[in-house]
Design a protein around this ligand. Structure first.
Ligand SMILES: O=C([C@H](O)CO)[C@H](O)[C@H](O)COP(=O)(O)O
Length: 208
């Protein structure tokens, strides 16, 4: 079954935990977005894991170098997953995977900015990563003509475990599920909703 991940792109820990509290019953993975981690630091990860010890906590580091070191920082702080950029050298991903083995955690490769996401997903899947995020970032989504359908089509032919992030919402969630993605990542569709709990519930039910 496709899991639901909430991407929390808020800027302070208190607001992030308040949002997570509302949506937790419907969420499998709680993501601390890159802006949140840059704003609040590692303490946000620790606070989230302490508040939700039974949930997977996903630290969206988007690491581009020193993979082993940054993964160790994230895991020691309480993260279950860290993201490493797919656009960088395999050595950075391999370093993070080694740290993940040491701490019994996992690495997700983020394909933001990668030209051929499917090819890169297939390559990095051989390095021991948990899954690969087929991702169109917030800036790419804002470009004219953007459609999540590109990611959905890529997921259906990737042949390796992938998540989809890039405007997942109530209109696209059924197609995300059909694509075979192991995780659907929803940010704005949940934290930007008038009723985040209801929005998360609707997405979760669509994946059931
Ligand atoms: O990872 C993200 C982005 O790069 C900022 O950190 C988003 O959390 C991700 O794109 C999911 O958010 P939505 O596109 O709003 O669903």
């Amino acid at each position: 079954m496709t899991k639901l991940q909430v991407a929390i792109d808020l800027l302070n820990t208190e607001d992030a935990i308040a949002l997570a509290t509302k949506v937790a019953p419907y969420i499998d993975i709680i993501e601390l977005g890159t802006p949140l981690i840059k704003s609040e630091g590692l303490s946000a990860i620790t606070a989230m894991k302490e508040a939700f010890p039974d949930k997977k906590v996903f630290a969206d580091f988007k690491t581009a170098d020193a993979g082993g070191l940054e993964a160790e920082m994230a895991f020691k702080a309480g993260a279950d997953y860290i993201t490493i950029l797919g656009s960088i050298d395999d050595a950075t991903i391999i370093g993070a995977v080694e740290a993940a083995k040491k701490y019994d955690r996992a690495v997700v490769v983020d394909t933001i900015g990668v030209q051929d996401r499917v090819k890169r997903a297939q390559e990095v899947s051989k390095l021991g990563v948990e899954f690969v995020e087929l991702h169109a970032g917030l800036d790419e989504q804002a470009k004219p003509g953007y459609s999540i359908d590109v990611l959905i089509e890529e997921a259906s032919r990737a042949g390796v475990p992938v998540s989809i992030a890039g405007g997942v919402n109530k209109n696209s969630i059924a197609k995300v599920k059909e694509s075979g993605a192991v995780v659907a990542v929803a940010g704005g569709a949940i934290y930007g909703a008038e009723d985040p709990a209801a929005a998360a519930k609707e997405l979760k039910e669509a994946l059931s």
